[in-house]
Design a protein around this ligand. Structure first.
Ligand code: SAH
Length: 268
């Protein structure tokens, strides 16, 4: 099969607003079930939530966050469900727990940040673009504290998440341990190379932005798959870029401005 390669860096004057014709690689799976009432109390006994002003009911706080996400335009029920399930306060420093459900990015150490909930939700909604079931294998570049990987674990069958900073890779491992998410695979390495062993991916999502889309990401994306990443535009600001890999070639769209940490090569 021949595939037309796009010219990268993407040409921003050739933005196509066309709706992609190809569906993402989705597997026929039932939609995510509502969280059973029996598990709803789990957030209450968390160390980080105790005495930190988050109140005794992080479920209610998350429900408010989800309501705001929906008001802000997030429509995908599976995304809202996943955002309502993952306890974001478990991923931030104790001193920041009060802000865990506000629509703000927060420091996670080593100069990096966890994205705002509405950016996480927006990117995952774009990634799913209307899929009826779960996505297959998803690659996340930039594990950070592991929050987004946890959200992705609810909308994908397998999540491969790669981080270049050892300290954060280990922090994410620690943060995620209690969640026992058996479909999340944390990798330490340079995500600019992707992770060939897990390819092809139904979806690739990056949490750090460079000047172009690394070729390995395009190579490792399945036909019918979609990539969502921040990218620095020639004007010098970052925007969200969506790339669809179709049997006919790549289609790209450049969307709204965003502010992500830089994509860097190598490990540290
Ligand atoms: N998704 C994360 C956000 C982390 S911020 C979360 O939910 O917390 C982005 C992360 O990308 C940072 O931790 C940074 O170290 C990482 N990063 C930057 N360049 C990278 C690369 N080439 N490979 C892997 N991770 C990278």
């Amino acid at each position: 099969m021949t595939q037309q390669r796009p010219a990268f860096p993407l040409k921003l004057d050739s933005v196509s607003g066309n709706k992609p014709k190809a569906k993402p690689m989705a597997e026929a799976r039932p939609a995510i079930k509502a969280m059973p009432a029996s598990t709803r109390g789990q957030g209450h006994s968390l160390d980080k939530s105790q005495g930190q002003g988050i109140g005794m009911d992080s479920v209610a706080v998350r429900a408010r966050m989800v309501q705001k996400l929906a008001q802000g335009g997030i429509q995908d029920a599976a995304v809202l469900q996943a955002m309502g399930t993952v306890e974001r306060h478990r991923f931030v420093e104790t001193a920041l727990v009060n802000q865990a459900y506000e629509d703000t990015s927060l420091p996670i150490g080593l100069g990096q940040t966890i994205s705002k909930p509405n950016v996480v939700a927006r990117m995952i909604e774009l990634l799913r673009h209307g899929a009826t079931g779960k996505l297959g294998r998803v690659l996340e570049v930039g594990t950070g504290c592991g929050y987004q990987a946890a959200v992705l674990s609810h909308i994908a069958i397998e999540v491969y998440s790669i981080e270049r900073l050892k300290g954060l890779h280990e922090k994410a491992r620690e943060n995620l341990r209690a969640f026992r998410l058996h479909n999340v695979h944390l990798l330490f390495g340079d995500g600019m190379e992707g992770f060939a062993k897990g390819a092809p991916y139904a979806a690739i999502i990056a949490a750090a932005g460079g000047n172009n889309i690394p070729q390995p990401w395009l190579d490792q994306l399945a036909v019918g798959g979609r990539l969502v990443a921040p990218m620095v535009t020639p004007a010098g600001h970052q925007a969200l870029v969506v790339v669809d890999k179709t049997a006919q070639g790549f289609q790209h769209q450049v969307l709204e401005a965003v502010h992500f940490v830089p994509l860097k090569s190598g490990i540290s």
